[in-house]
Design a protein around this ligand. Structure first.
Ligand code: FDP
Length: 328
């Protein structure tokens, strides 16, 4: 289906959210509080990313995060910006980040803490030194009654009430779903606002392009190797940036399939279920695509921990089917 590009560029993220909320009688406007904080945080992060070399904040800090991965200076800065922007929003009960081993339990539902917000502050940060597009990914879950408990947020991705990402690329793009399709906004630097540029995006089919770190082929399962061999014989093209937000954004707009399968050394996969795979899976499904962890629909997986890793196959429905057909 053709993308529904908007006719004008005058609808801000904020006014779009308010207009959407007005469709639901009784809506409290709580989302707009969360999303305005996310918009503020990502504008600040985008600004830091653009000035990183000038401000000398590239490179690692010499620590590893909870994943055992080297933390970049900007990972730490982006995380702090998000915590500062979202920490005082009264409807957020739990804030959880890739960069913190345990989530911040902020307030009970009785005190208004109805939602958990999970995020990867700066995905793809190992690419920062070479000015490649990086991004922030977020997932919003509703919390059950009671005090904020870590296990209350361990819900499958199908329970997400909103998900999105911001890509800091040649332009700063915010992609958002609240379960009614996928909308895309671009930051207009001159007015400091995200403006709506496309509504109800649908991933095109028929694009024979895969996105995978093919250097790991010898460490992939037989099924993945069969798919790659078949793709080589069937006029496929390959595009891999190595920054998930940028790779998924290209697939959302142009079609194709993104894979990060298990390898011999990473049998669970590399990407994180709760704040990378789940939000991307919700966006992809809302745009008419499919998202699987080899063998299972991603959004149906019950998490067993905040930082759980998972394998990922997502993209246009036809291309995901083509991958999965090589596993039987
Ligand atoms: P990074 O380590 O740079 O943060 O989420 C982790 C991630 O990047 C994804 O953005 C990216 O798709 C993937 O890792 C790249 O991993 P490989 O270098 O193993 O291909």
């Amino acid at each position: 289906m053709e993308k529904r590009w908007t006719q004008d560029n005058l609808t801000s993220l904020q006014s779009n959210i308010l207009a959407e909320e007005q469709k639901y009688p009784g809506a409290t406007g709580e989302f707009s509080w969360i999303l305005s904080a996310i918009a503020l945080a990502t504008k600040a992060i985008g600004n830091k990313v653009r000035c990183a070399r000038i401000q000398d904040v590239l490179g690692d800090v010499g620590n590893t995060n909870v994943q055992g991965e080297m933390q970049q200076k900007l990972d730490v800065i982006a995380n702090e910006i998000i915590l500062r922007c979202l920490g005082d929003r009264e409807n957020i009960g739990i804030l959880a980040s890739e960069e913190n081993e345990t989530p911040f339990l902020l307030r009970s539902s009785e005190d208004g803490g109805k939602y958990a917000v999970l995020f990867d502050p700066l995905d793809g940060s190992s690419n920062l030194d070479s000015s490649v597009g990086v991004g922030t990914i977020f997932s919003v879950l509703r919390l059950s009654e009671g005090g904020p408990r870590e296990d209350a947020m361990l819900q499958s991705g199908s329970n997400q009430v909103a998900a999105g990402y911001v890509l800091y690329g040649s332009s700063t793009v915010l992609v958002l779903t609240t379960g009614n399709g996928v909308d895309m906004f671009v930051l207009d630097q001159s007015i400091g606002s995200f403006v709506l540029v496309a509504k109800e995006l649908q991933i095109p089919t028929g694009n024979k392009t895969y996105s995978i770190n093919e250097a790991y082929t010898a460490r992939f399962s037989d099924g993945v190797q069969r798919f790659l061999g078949w793709a080589h014989q069937n006029n496929y093209s390959s595009r891999y940036i190595g920054s998930m937000v940028a790779d998924v954004h290209r697939i959302l707009l142009k079609g194709g399939v993104f894979l990060y399968p298990p390898t011999i050394d990473k049998p669970e996969g590399k990407l994180r279920l709760m704040y990378e795979a789940n939000p991307m899976a919700m966006i992809i499904e809302q745009a008419g695509g499919k998202a699987f962890a080899l063998g299972k629909r991603l959004l149906d997986i019950e998490p067993d921990g905040l930082h759980q890793r998972i394998s990922v196959v997502l993209g246009s429905s036809d291309q995901v089917d083509a991958v999965l057909s090589h596993f039987s």
